[in-house]
Design a protein around this ligand. Structure first.
Ligand code: PXP
Length: 239
């Protein structure tokens, strides 16, 4: 199972003072040293954490691969085409949200047209495209119809409910199996922590996890390399 680490919140700490430390690029290199398979950043339209210069610096410095999260905003898609990351994960974005609140809406024609256009522009450049979607079969079928090679299942419901119920985990398992049966690579992420990652990492059909806030939080206490190694060990133990 690949572990991609989202270093957005290293930038959050820096932006709190609009200074030049800590640098997400340096964090990304430490993540790689400790066993990350890739680095993820979300270049938001409001630039609340990661800046354009961060994406360029990370893309130039890392030895693994860059997974760039973006919404269907032309200006941001242009930047992606210029930087040419290994993978783009298309996510929904709302200005007022604290973090990404759910998967893409593939039922609205207007949203789907924008997503289709973004997929076409990125795919034409050879960039692997993944869609961040809620774990339900109908949405997975719509993603499959759009022809993407990968989906990322939103684990937010699981992260909110895992202490009290198995329902969201069962839904994730069914969704992962359905995605594989449609021939799509299945990723997962959002709200995963040291406490709740094990059952998700144990789902055989999921091949990539994207984890950010929990690892960056722990890195404040124990350092980035230790924080990454601890997560890596939990994931490997679950497989
Ligand atoms: N996957 C996607 C698509 C996301 O938008 C995010 C948050 O930026 C993550 C994974 C990582 O979530 P978390 O920071 O809660 O681990």
């Amino acid at each position: 199972m690949r572990l991609y680490i989202n270093v957005d919140h290293v930038a959050t700490v820096r932006q709190a003072r609009r200074t030049d430390e800590p640098q997400p690029r340096d964090a990304a290199l430490l993540c790689e040293r400790a066993g990350a398979d890739g680095i993820t950043v979300h270049l938001r339209e409001d630039r609340r954490h990661i800046q354009d210069s961060d994406v360029r610096a990370i893309a130039a410095a890392i030895h693994t691969v860059l997974n760039l999260e973006l919404a269907t905003v032309d200006e941001i898609v242009d930047i992606a085409l210029d930087i040419n990351p290994h993978q783009v994960t298309i996510v929904p974005e709302k200005r007022e949200e604290i973090t990404t609140e759910g998967g893409l809406d593939l039922r609205s024609d207007r949203a789907s047209a924008r997503i289709r256009n973004t997929i076409e522009r990125l795919s034409a450049r050879g960039i692997r495209v993944s869609l961040f979607i809620d774990p339900n079969e109908d949405t997975i079928d719509r993603a499959a119809d759009l022809g993407v090679p990968a989906i990322e299942l939103h684990t937010g419901d699981y992260a909110h409910t895992w202490r009290n119920s198995d329902g969201a985990l069962g839904q994730l398992k069914r969704a992962a199996q359905h995605g594989r049966s449609r021939g799509i690579a299945v990723h997962a992420g959002h709200g995963l922590t040291y406490a709740n990652v094990h059952p998700v990492a144990a789902i055989a059909e999921i091949e990539e996890l994207n984890i950010g806030h929990s690892i960056v939080s722990r890195s404040v206490m124990v350092g980035m390399e230790t924080a990454v190694r601890e997560m890596r060990e939990l994931i490997d133990a679950a497989r």
